[in-house]
Write a protein that binds this ligand. Structure first.
Ligand code: KIV
Length: 272
């Protein structure tokens, strides 16, 4: 069997495991559309998450609950077309996997077939064990997600730090071990104490990716609109802004409006 040279550069779940083994941190960002995915793939990101945070940052919903499987497939297929290197993981949206393991499998198959994603992510531990196992049995890589799981926001009642109490911390550690035992290739830990995240990352052999989970995990993930400073109101402590695109875009659009009003655009060189 011949192996294409370009295939060797692609990030696989196996490569992510090797990165953890040799202590190399894994970089992960969200993307929901072709143009942005092309930029971050070209910049060398390891994993692109087509997150259900699309519900917030793309559709303007208050929570992640309203986004549908069809909408996730639309975002996923746009991202996949742009990507040549990164592993593309797509979120299974709320309501597409909690009902039964059969439903979970059907949803995961649709994401893989229709969006072309390379893996799926879903939220929860022991409660979704059957679904995780059924999806894995079909040969679909699964990423777990524990800690603050935004699809359960109405159960939590708040977006504050999870697993500060011993009982919840113990359950989280057990859930993480269970997901690893089921065969998940990685786990996201969202907004939990750094000490607990460190404990989970060292207890597990598979990569643990953190968001608001401190430095002692195997990789980091952020929502792209947040780290680029496009969204303005979301300011959790864990968020580092790497750009202020809100200001950049506002200035650019302001200049364009001014040029149009002043009949300064288009110029002679900009017409046919
Ligand atoms: O949907 C999302 O963006 C996520 C990340 C916050 C991990 O699940």
């Amino acid at each position: 069997m011949s192996v294409h040279k370009s295939d060797l550069k692609k990030i696989t779940t196996h490569q992510l495991q090797e990165m953890k083994n040799r202590g190399e941190k894994i970089s992960m960002l969200t993307a929901y559309d072709y143009s942005m995915a092309k930029i971050i793939d070209g910049a060398g990101i390891d994993i692109i998450l087509v997150g259900d945070s699309a519900s917030n940052v793309m559709a303007g919903n208050e929570t992640t609950l309203p986004i549908t499987l069809d909408q996730m497939i639309y975002h996923g297929s746009s991202v996949v077309k742009a990507v040549t290197r990164a592993l593309v993981v797509a979120d299974l949206p709320f309501g597409s996997y909690q009902g039964s393991s059969g439903e979970a499998l059907r949803s995961a198959i649709r994401i893989m077939k229709e969006a072309g994603a390379h893996a799926v992510k879903l939220e929860g531990g022991s409660e979704v064990k059957d679904s995780v196992e059924r999806i894995l049995m079909a040969g679909i890589p699964v990423m777990g997600h524990l800690g603050l799981t935004p699809q359960s926001i109405y159960k939590f009642g708040t977006y504050s730090v999870r697993a500060k109490e011993e009982a919840e911390a113990n359950k989280l550690l057990e859930d993480a071990k269970l997901l690893e035992a089921c065969g998940c290739f990685a786990i996201v830990l969202e907004k939990i104490p750094a000490k607990l995240a460190k404990q989970v990352a060292s207890a597990l052999h598979i990569p643990v990716i953190g968001i608001g989970a401190g430095p002692d995990v195997d990789g980091q993930v952020l929502v792209m609109q947040d780290m680029l400073g496009i969204s303005q109101d979301f300011k959790p402590r864990f968020l580092r802004r790497y750009a202020d695109l809100h200001t950049v875009i506002t200035h650019a659009v302001g200049n364009y409006i001014a040029d149009v009003k002043a009949k300064d655009f288009p110029s002679r060189e900009e017409m046919y």
